[in-house]
Each structure stands twice: as C-alpha cells, then as structure tokens.
Write a protein that binds this ligand. Structure first.
Ligand SMILES: Cc1cc2nc3c(=O)[nH]c(=O)nc-3n(C[C@H](O)[C@H](O)[C@H](O)COP(=O)(O)OP(=O)(O)OC[C@H]3O[C@@H](n4cnc5c(N)ncnc54)[C@H](O)[C@@H]3O)c2cc1C
Length: 127
C-alpha cells in the first residue's frame, strides 16, 4: 500500500505524520507545490511585522525530518490530475526542468475534489 498526500502545510504534514504513526509499513509520498512544507501560515503576519525574526522560524518540520520517518516529500511538485479509479496520479515537476512525472498504483480516494484543475487555476499568487 502506498499513501499519497497532496499538499504539505498543516493538513498534509499532519496526515503524513499520523499515517506513519498508525502504520510503519506503508509507503507515504507527500507532494507539495511550494518550496516549503509544514510551516505556520498563521505566523506570517508576525514575520512581516518583525516579531518573528527569520522566515525559517515559521517552518516546523522540513523534508529531511520526514525522510527520517520514511516519508518521501516532493516539494515543487504539483499534482495536476488524480484518477482514483485507475489509481494513477499525474504530477508536474515545477523545478527547472519542468518535467511531467506520472506515478501509478498509489492513489487513495479522498472523496472530494482534492485536486482542482491547476491548469485553469487563476487565483492569487503565493509568491
Ligand atoms: C496570514 C494567516 C493567518 C492565519 N491565522 C490563523 C490563526 O490565527 N488561527 C488559525 O486557526 N488559522 C489561521 N490561519 C489559517 C491556517 O493557516 C490554515 O487554516 C491552514 O494553513 C490550513 O492548512 P491546510 O494544510 O489545510 O491548507 P494550506 O495551508 O492551504 O496548505 C495546502 C498546501 O497544498 C498545496 N497544494 C494545493 N494543491 C496542490 C496540488 N494540486 N499539488 C501540490 N500541492 C498542492 C498548496 O500550495 C499549499 O501549500 C491563518 C492563515 C493565514 C494565511
């Protein structure tokens, strides 16, 4: 069994950590389109105001810490399609190569529209 988690801030990082606590045997991969995972969005105003001195102080856990628990974290990877029937995932590597990566046999059904069509997404920039 392989659990794939889309998004790696509060909910995604928590889901990965909890899943590992419950089951030591499964593979877990977390995809996060941003460069960082597990950061406190709530702390951002305090960073901007200077009360939190460094940007790094907002980050709770990094990919290496997850790797130590056998959780693979792929930052700068956007999940662009999720076919739960065939358990196939389409992932775009947002790194310099802009590769498209496809991974099969690993999707769990969230029962929700967890992966909006990012190609048509026109929301505010997170930069
Ligand atoms: C300025 C600010 C202050 C806040 N203050 C508080 C507070 O005081 N108290 C409180 O309870 N809450 C607060 N919040 C809200 C809290 O931070 C959020 O509820 C929390 O971050 C939600 O976490 P999440 O993991 O569900 O979603 P998000 O934080 O939105 O994380 C989801 C991640 O998934 C990534 N992602 C989405 N789709 C894909 C995809 N297809 N492929 C790859 N990656 C994807 C996104 O880029 C994002 O990084 C605050 C938020 C902000 C911005």
């Amino acid at each position: 069994m392989h659990l794939v988690i889309v998004g790696g801030v509060a909910a995604g990082a928590k889901a990965a950590a909890r899943a590992r606590r419950f089951n030591q045997a499964i593979g877990i991969t977390l995809y996060q389109e941003e460069a960082e995972i597990s950061y406190t969005a709530c702390g951002q105003p305090y960073y901007l105001s200077g009360l939190v001195p460094t940007r790094d102080a907002l980050i709770i856990r990094n990919p290496a810490e997850f790797a130590a628990e056998g959780i693979t974290v792929r930052v700068r990877h956007c999940v662009t399609d999720l076919n739960t029937r065939d358990r196939v995932l389409e992932v775009e590597d947002l790194g310099p190569d802009r590769r498209r990566v496809e991974q099969g046999g690993c999707a769990g059904d969230t029962g929700n529209a967890a992966v909006p069509d990012r190609r048509r997404h026109d929301g505010p920039s997170r930069d």
